[in-house]
Design a protein around this ligand. Structure first.
Ligand code: TRP
Length: 331
């Protein structure tokens, strides 16, 4: 049995990339492990400080997405980051054990700074978000962190902080986590350009209606060289096939479909129809569960409050040990 910490920034409704990358795994893991799921509103604010309304609105969106995919609040503890101030205190101590140069070298942070066009406008809080994430993970003594591939450098930095803390303060209170990657680690956007990203608008959300899904698949990028049905088509780099790889339960049927497509004589419309069918079958029950959960928002809020109370107790116990290790246990 492992202790798991995982979570999301509440900056938008969750999408298929989240679903295959981590949500499915969380549903599986929750039965045999102690799983905590953080809705990281403070981390979301590191690049949305002037847009608190967006973060606020997406807390419940994300919570509904969790319930929709089958995360069970009796098995997983779902909580809101900013309501656990112990995490901020831990971060404050860890910040002294990390150099600015090391943070600037973190490949994930580097990429994200570039993507967001921060040069002189880089918020200090954004640069140090990996330290905040280290606080999240270590507060729960999580040994397993299911994340997407892009988060691996953040976990590596957490491991460094754990080692440094335990060495400097002659203690073993902090636990080194391991990243757990899913089989399908990266789902391309519907435009075939890089990963799904809400800001790019190449996303299929879990809460999309059947019509929205049909439309998005219809407009999906395929192989630009595949002009006529008779032409041979490319499967690599073709997001329609990447989605089929992730969702089609019929492996052999899919292999045959690919062969046909590559030989020529199979139109994009046909392949897309198959994808629509498969996606609707997977997402219909999710959408229905989401709608049912949204009928009782008081219950959703209560779930978040209960989860937060439980999370605070665990983080508080770790913080007491951390303070003692640092000789801050004054009275
Ligand atoms: N950085 C994660 C993301 O963007 C969210 C997150 C915050 C997280 N704290 C975490 C993930 C702790 C795993 C563990 O999706």
């Amino acid at each position: 049995m492992s202790t798991i910490l995982t979570g999301d920034r509440p900056t938008g409704p969750l999408h298929l990339g989240h679903y295959v990358g981590s949500l499915k795994q969380r549903v599986k893991l929750q039965s045999d492990n102690e799983q905590f799921i953080i809705i990281a509103d403070q981390q979301a604010l590191t690049d949305n400080a002037t847009n608190p309304g967006k973060v606020r609105a997406n807390i419940t969106e994300v919570a509904l997405d969790y319930l929709a995919v089958g995360i069970d609040p009796t098995k997983s503890t779902i909580f809101i980051q900013s309501l656990v101030p112990e995490l901020s205190e831990l971060m404050m101590y860890y910040l002294n054990l990390v150099t600015v140069a090391r943070l600037q070298r973190n490949p994930t942070v580097k990429d994200e700074i570039k993507q967001r066009g921060f040069t002189d406008s880089l918020p200090a809080g954004f640069l140090v978000y990996p330290v905040s994430q280290a606080a999240d993970i270590t507060a729960f003594k999580a040994d397993l962190v299911p994340v997407g591939e892009d988060q691996v450098p953040v976990i590596e930095q957490t491991i460094e902080i754990v080692r440094r803390f335990n060495t400097v303060y002659h203690t073993e209170v902090l636990v080194e986590p391991k990243a757990l990657l899913s089989k399908v680690s990266r789902l391309p956007g519907t435009d075939g350009q890089g990963k799904m990203s809400k800001s790019v608008g190449n996303v299929i959300s879990l809460k999309d209606s059947a019509d929205e899904i049909r439309n998005k698949v219809k407009n999906m990028y395929t192989d630009p060289g595949h002009l006529r049905v008779e032409d041979p088509g490319k499967v690599e780099g073709n997001p329609v096939f990447a989605y089929l790889d992730a969702f089609d339960p019929d492996e052999q049927g899919l292999a045959e479909l690919k062969e046909q497509y590559q030989a020529g004589g199979l139109g994009d419309t046909k392949v897309k129809e198959r994808l629509v069918e498969i996606l609707l079958a997977e997402l219909d029950p999710i959408r229905k569960r989401r709608e049912a959960a949204a009928q009782d928002m008081a219950a959703v809020n209560q779930m978040l409050q209960d989860g937060t109370v439980k999370a605070r107790a665990v983080a508080g116990a770790t913080l007491t040990q951390v303070r003692a290790a640092m000789q801050l246990d004054y009275f």
